[in-house]
Design a protein around this ligand. Sequence first.
Ligand SMILES: [Fe+2]
Length: 465
Amino acid sequence: MNESTYLTRSSVLFRSVLNDLKRDPASAARELGIPLPAVEEVLRGRRALSPEELARAVRTWPVNERDFFPVHDDAPAGVRVMRAAESAATSRVLRRGGRDYYEYRDTAMSRVSMFRPEWIRMIQPVGDNDPENPDVEWNNGHFLNQFTYFVGSVNYYYEWEGVRHCVPMETGDSVSGLPYAPHSFAARNGEPALILALTYGGRLLGDAQHELSALGPDLAAEYALDSADFPHAAAALLRTHLDNACVPPAELARRSGLTAERLDELLSGDAEASEAELAVLAGALRVNVRDLLPVVPDETDGVRIVRAADARAWSYPDDRRPDYRVTELAGTLVCPNSRGLRIEVLGDGETALRAGLHTYLYNLGPEPVRFSWDHGGRTDRTELAAGDSAYLKPFVPHRFGVVTPGRPGTVLVLRIGGKVCGDALLEASAVGAEAVRRLVTDDEQWYDPRGRNPARAATSAGGAG
Ligand SMILES: [Fe+2]
């Protein structure tokens, strides 16, 4: 990790806090009880705030400690690779019910993005597909979304609304599961059984989670609107916008031209708005049409299972030059930016891929693949052997190629949206590239103490001239 970059980014955050609070360095120094030069050193990225100064800032101003700490960038070259041997070195066997149950190994992770991808070997054998098999130890479920890729003869167990299920899986099958559903895995007939359990955080993790925590469980739960079916979910969303805008139904009817009876149907979820109705309602409430469209999960019993045999596959870039054969794996509408893919590498590594998502890669083997990527004006290359994995930053162009002609490689890919997807992506687009650049680099005060008056500048320039 580059410490000077970290300090520079700390200074941008500190300046941002001061700008937002409308404090200049002198008033900040006075209120924090530290000398002005000490504040200026922090603003110049020469030193970090001391723990005492930080504590004083949090006591004095309506800010949180974490507002001052940047995320560490542990992938400054755009990519972070973890070799199979490094993964093997993290091996640990965890016991459940008094016996060895799983062997876990870490694969590539980065502080930049919330992937927690584990290689997991099932140690417990089972001789049947009974979801109540007493040899199966269940977890309590977890919040992180889980995308699972199966290798070998794995029995997948999951529980939804009190009902337990067992699904025998084969190599290439995949599943995406909703949070907090208890689940388990076992080795069918004691045969080799592995999974790549790629857990990851969605948009509720991190900042949203911290905000919800401060609101407390009762207020936090209010955010979970009805999502039973599309009309009811849309009705709940519409009612929320009415409340937010302090607009009663009669006023919305007047603004939109819909009858009170029709609006009543829409607000109770008894009917679904037409496209034309959505447009007038959005206009009447000054929101975007998409703000009135809910997401209704299409999972069955909390999971989406994609069998290898049924998975959609295509050539990339096209059938005439199939450098890659891409297979779409399990995913969820709840996180539509999460993309599980299996990429068969057929070409020589000339065709670049690029995604506006954080990317995780794992070489499923047995063949190695060549891997190259462009970042910061240079191209880096390495070879990913079977079991090697990598994290790749968004928008970094990258390529895979065969090592030995005629011997395709296979890479498991999971892409996730991180924090800048959905509404945040649209906000970034709306404010524009310059504003986004400035957001992460601006270390200037929001005004120039010497003043900025175009008319005066013109006069003095004229006088000097
Ligand atoms: Fe899990």
